[in-house]
Design a protein around this ligand. Structure first.
Ligand SMILES: Cc1cc2nc3c(=O)[nH]c(=O)nc-3n(C[C@H](O)[C@H](O)[C@H](O)COP(=O)(O)OP(=O)(O)OC[C@H]3O[C@@H](n4cnc5c(N)ncnc54)[C@H](O)[C@@H]3O)c2cc1C
Length: 373
């Protein structure tokens, strides 16, 4: 049983199929890859297509190095077709528990039983609640970045984007390009790395450095980052006391892969503010005492990781999801697998691809199935 039919679910399905292992895949929506269909229009992969292929089928040669959101959707639809993956749609897993030697998957569409379950429901399923003191007095739109589609909707408006992650930074660019006046509210210290360094995708360099302890990888990286960006505190940003590799290890989130936001800040196209304190009608007050007026607010504040809610296992098991399948303490224990939750320095889709194959290999080994590959 595979739960979820987006990138992780599809990668798991093809990997099982290649090993002649039958599966059922369920998806709560009525189509595959709903998150990618819903993301904002300007979104492009921050990872290269070469490092974002799912198993056994690459992005087409005609697709650029950094595929657009629509090209990702098209690739996933072609992938589904190539492997004839037929999810049971509109089927949401509501409760998953082990009973005797089978997993019982209770859904809105009946109960399934399976010896193995692969949870592929994604770490970004539930947008965090948008909550600012005084937000009820704000006369304009306040929305989560998940609901943001295009800057065209905000033409000529002063827009505050709260957050300084990859989505916040790209949305600010989109707003500027579409004729609005964006600002970013950066609450926490940040690490910014260029998406490409001297024409080489940073992920490729990251792949080499990821073999070293994070502290050493950061020490090697640091002079290049200083050379590229200078002192980011001059732009109103605070730098994390440690580098990108340690951030991924300690905080479990990826640094900003800059695609031009810092240049726009330097050129005055995007303003930077600190943490939001409270809102008083059109005026947003920041904790550093500054204030400014806005017409709309986009909260790019991230997502909850909600995998724990529906699965009836010892919660300590979820600590495993901070690492790749190889290193998980409970990998496949009792036939339960997780695909797509580890956030590493080498691109999440790349890791999903690898983990899906490791899971399929492990099930094949346990079942004594001959590999088709
Ligand atoms: C804005 C954004 C940009 C990103 N860009 C990149 C990038 O450039 N490169 C990269 O490597 N990674 C990127 N990622 C990270 C990661 O690759 C994506 O989040 C990817 O979509 C994860 O795939 P997934 O299948 O694990 O989860 P999701 O794509 O979130 O899909 C989960 C699926 O499970 C379904 N589902 C959830 N709960 C249930 C349930 N209970 N029952 C049945 N179905 C359920 C959902 O409907 C959905 O179809 C990005 C993430 C975001 C949010």
């Amino acid at each position: 049983m595979i739960v979820g039919a987006s990138i992780s679910g599809l990668a798991s399905a093809s990997s099982l199929q290649k090993r002649n292992i039958g599966y059922v895949i369920i998806e709560k929506e009525s189509q595959i890859a709903t998150p990618w269909r819903n993301h904002y229009e300007r979104l492009h992969l921050h990872t290269t297509k070469g490092l974002s292929n799912l198993p056994y089928k690459k992005f087409d040669r005609s697709i650029p190095r950094y595929p657009s959101r629509q090209q990702v959707v098209d690739y996933l639809v072609a992938y589904q077709k190539a492997f004839q993956i037929k999810p049971d749609f509109n089927t949401e897993a509501r409760f998953i528990k082990k009973h005797d030697d089978r997993w019982i998957i209770e859904t809105n569409n009946g109960t399934y039983k399976s010896k193995y379950v692969i949870i592929a429901t994604g770490p970004f399923g539930k947008p965090k609640l948008v909550s600012f003191k005084g937000m009820e007095t704000f006369p304009g739109k306040i929305l989560h970045s998940y609901e943001y589609k295009t800057g065209k909707d905000f033409k000529d408006q002063e827009v505050l984007v709260v957050g300084f992650g990859n989505s916040a930074c790209e949305i600010a660019i989109d707003l500027f390009e579409q004729g609005s006046k964006p600002s970013l509210a950066a609450r926490s210290p940040v690490n910014v790395v260029p998406r490409d360094l001297f024409g080489i995708p940073i992920l490729k360099l990251s792949l080499l450095l990821s073999r070293l302890p994070p502290r050493i990888a950061d020490a090697i990286n640091a002079p290049f980052m200083r050379l590229r960006f200078g002192d980011i505190s001059k732009l109103g940003l605070k730098k994390t006391p440690y580098g990108a590799f340690q951030q991924i290890q300690k905080d479990g989130n990826i640094p900003v892969l800059d695609i031009g936001t810092l240049r726009h800040i330097r050129e005055g196209h995007i303003r930077v503010f600190g943490d939001v304190d409270f809102i008083e009608r059109n005026t947003v007050h920041f904790t550093n005492g500054k204030k400014a007026n806005f017409d709309a607010i986009i909260a790019a504040i991230g997502y909850y990781r909600d995998y724990a809610e529906i699965i009836d296992v010892d919660k300590s098991r979820f600590d495993d999801l901070k690492m790749c399948a190889d290193k998980q303490r409970y990998f496949g224990k009792d036939g339960l697998y997780f695909c797509g939750f580890w956030i590493g320095p080498t691109g999440q889709i790349r890791e999903i691809s690898r983990d899906a194959q490791k899971i399929a290999r492990d099930i094949a080994r346990k079942e004594g199935v001959l590999r088709a590959l």
